[in-house]
Write a protein that binds this ligand. Structure first.
Ligand code: ITT
Length: 200
């Protein structure tokens, strides 16, 4: 079985491909199917944005499409950057710029760490305007020192609960086992399996 994943984030694609391989599902990035302009993300929640992205592509391409919206919520910043995680240091900011901004925001508050969590909402949209969604989270803390080269985004600054390594220091299969995205994708697949059982 193949599923199209509508994202421009290569890190998300790699993780979804690895995770869904466990279930015999091949993840195809949308740019391999069609070059299509991405929609604006105007939602105030991860759920709204995941829904918006998935339905936009499913309706345009007339095929089922998965999209995901995720981010990091930092307690010392009252939950920011949240849905603005990819744009924390400005529109089209790089991961490095966003990480630098996060470190600066913590240092301004004279902090070396803060509790934080990653959140992921995954939405599988069908062109007939219905869909299935799931969510996942991983709690931990952010620090002010970059550590590790794996993963993407805020991973060099995020230490999951129960670990002493950052997400960027963990192998991909370990990140996928405990991460917000890994959990959300696994729940989505299990929901699909349950629905299939109901139908038979
Ligand atoms: P698409 O919208 O095309 O999927 P995007 O990167 O813009 O790509 P989001 O709008 O969902 O995706 O923003 C997610 C941001 O949250 C991402 O760019 C990172 O900054 C951060 N993030 C989410 N999951 C992460 C993870 O597993 N590791 C590190 N940072 C993560």
């Amino acid at each position: 079985m193949k599923v199209v994943f509508a994202t421009k984030n290569r890190g998300k694609v790699k993780e979804a491909q690895e995770k869904l391989k466990e279930f015999g599902i091949e993840v195809v990035p949308i740019d391999e199917v069609e070059q299509i302009e991405s929609p604006e993300e105007t939602g105030n929640t991860f759920c709204e944005n995941a829904y918006q992205k998935a339905t936009y592509y499913a309706e345009k391409l007339r095929i089922p499409v998965i999209a995901e919206d995720s981010g990091i919520e930092v307690e010392a910043l009252n939950g920011k950057p949240g849905v603005y995680s990819s744009r924390f240091a400005g529109e089209r900011a790089t991961d490095e710029e966003n990480n630098r901004k996060l470190i600066e925001e913590l240092q301004k508050r004279r902090l070396v760490s803060s509790p934080a969590r990653y959140v992921s909402f995954v939405f599988l949209a069908f062109p007939e305007r219905y869909g299935i969604w799931s969510e996942g989270e991983v709690r931990g803390k952010v620090i002010t020192e970059l550590r590790g080269t794996g993963g993407f985004g805020y991973d060099p600054l995020f230490i999951p609960e129960g670990y002493s390594k950052t997400m960027a220091e963990l192998p991909l299969n370990e990140k996928n086992r405990i991460s917000h995205r890994g959990k959300a994708l696994e729940k989505l697949v299990k929901t699909i399996i349950d629905i299939k059982k109901l139908k038979t």
